[in-house]
Design a protein around this ligand. Structure first.
Ligand code: AHM
Ligand code: MG
Length: 329
């Protein structure tokens, strides 16, 4: 067996004596550590009463219903990051940025619990994060720190709480996969350079919404459904968990493409997923693994946000298929 590399050792080696990198490394470590606590809670399933219960009567900052576990996860991340070099937290669950460490030189954007509709079904859920610089110029207007194109991210990642608790991380030098080992209480590296296969025959999409899609997206799916005899000349397979972290991990493992397009339903004009908390970090991880990410017309990482809770149509995964979908636009 090859040498065991812990997340701790990997981050220390990467940071060396660079203080900016050390700040990023300690933030990743803090988020990963908090994820272990969330994973423990998720693993109790129905024994932990009320995790999937609807929290309060108001929707969250992003306009979605909140579950108890959404709120617990956000509180845990917030409390942990107060001790990290993080000035502000932008969270899908909170209307405004949350002030943390006044001396912090980073901002973290987080979806504390992705896939909350799956909490009580024993299906993977997860935490998605994006780490950005927080400069002196941002102190007067902290929102400005997150209103920049995705290329501005310093690091991104997600934890998935499934059969294994995994961390998919990028510090801008490829994408790595770590698995939490309960025996040693350490995240251990499982893959040091993820490479998403360029071509695929597998897509993940909520096809029940097809009648609401625009012509380009419906055209693409119709051609896939036509299989070998159709214009694509191959049969496709469909896999859809409905927790983006789980669908993404499958794509990082064996390729495929994830699609959540805009559609004609009220509130879905820009798709469902949030640009800053979901699309940016997933796009960085995907590109760092050789894949592609687009809203159909524009590379995700080139988009400049105009609102912190902005939604965006999202297509990511195997580069060949992502480009194919873009060609229908
Ligand atoms: P959430 O962050 O509120 O859980 O929403 C994001 C989730 C994704 O994980 C998933 O891929 C998508 O929403 C599923 O949406 P739908 O239930 O509309 O198919
Ligand atoms: Mg969520």
């Amino acid at each position: 067996m090859s040498q065991i590399v812990t997340l701790q050792a990997f981050l220390d080696h990467w940071a060396g004596s660079d203080p900016e990198k050390a700040a990023i490394a300690s933030t990743v470590r803090t988020i990963a550590g908090t994820g272990v606590g969330i994973a423990d809670l998720v693993a109790r399933g129905p024994l932990e009463e009320g995790l999937a219960r609807i929290h309060g009567s108001d929707p969250n900052g992003g306009g979605d219903t909140q579950k108890e576990l959404d709120v617990i996860a956000e509180e845990a991340i917030c409390a942990a990051l107060r001790e990290a070099p993080v000035a502000y937290l932008a969270s899908e669950e909170s209307e405004d940025l949350i002030a943390l460490n006044p001396k912090g030189q980073l901002v973290v954007a987080v979806d504390p619990l992705d896939g909350s509709s799956n909490i009580d079904t024993n299906v993977s859920v997860g935490t998605i994060y994006s780490i950005l610089p927080f400069t002196e110029a941002d102190r007067d207007n902290p929102n400005a720190a997150v209103m920049k194109p995705g290329t501005n991210q310093l690091a991104a990642g997600f934890l998935a709480y499934g059969p294994a608790t995994i961390l998919v991380s990028s510090l801008g030098n490829g994408t790595q996969v770590f698995v939490y080992d309960r025996e040693s209480s350490e995240f251990i590296m499982a893959r040091d350079q993820v490479e998403i296969p360029v071509e695929t025959r597998e897509y993940g999409v909520n096809q029940s919404n097809m009648r609401h899609w625009d012509e380009a997206m419906s055209g693409w799916i119709k051609d896939c459904l036509a299989g070998k005899e159709g214009p694509r000349g191959k049969d496709f397979n469909m896999r859809w968990v409905g927790s983006m972290v789980a669908d993404a991990f499958r794509i990082f493992t064996r390729g495929g493409v994830y699609v959540y397009s805009s559609d004609k339903r009220k509130g879905y004009e820009n798709g469902r997923l949030r640009l800053i908390y979901e699309a940016f970090p997933i796009a960085m991880l995907t590109e760092q693994a050789g894949g592609g990410a687009t809203d159909g017309k524009t590379r995700i990482l080139d988009i400049t946000p105009h609102h912190i809770h902005q939604r965006i149509p999202l297509v990511f995964g195997s580069k060949g298929e992502v480009e194919k979908i873009a060609s229908y636009y």
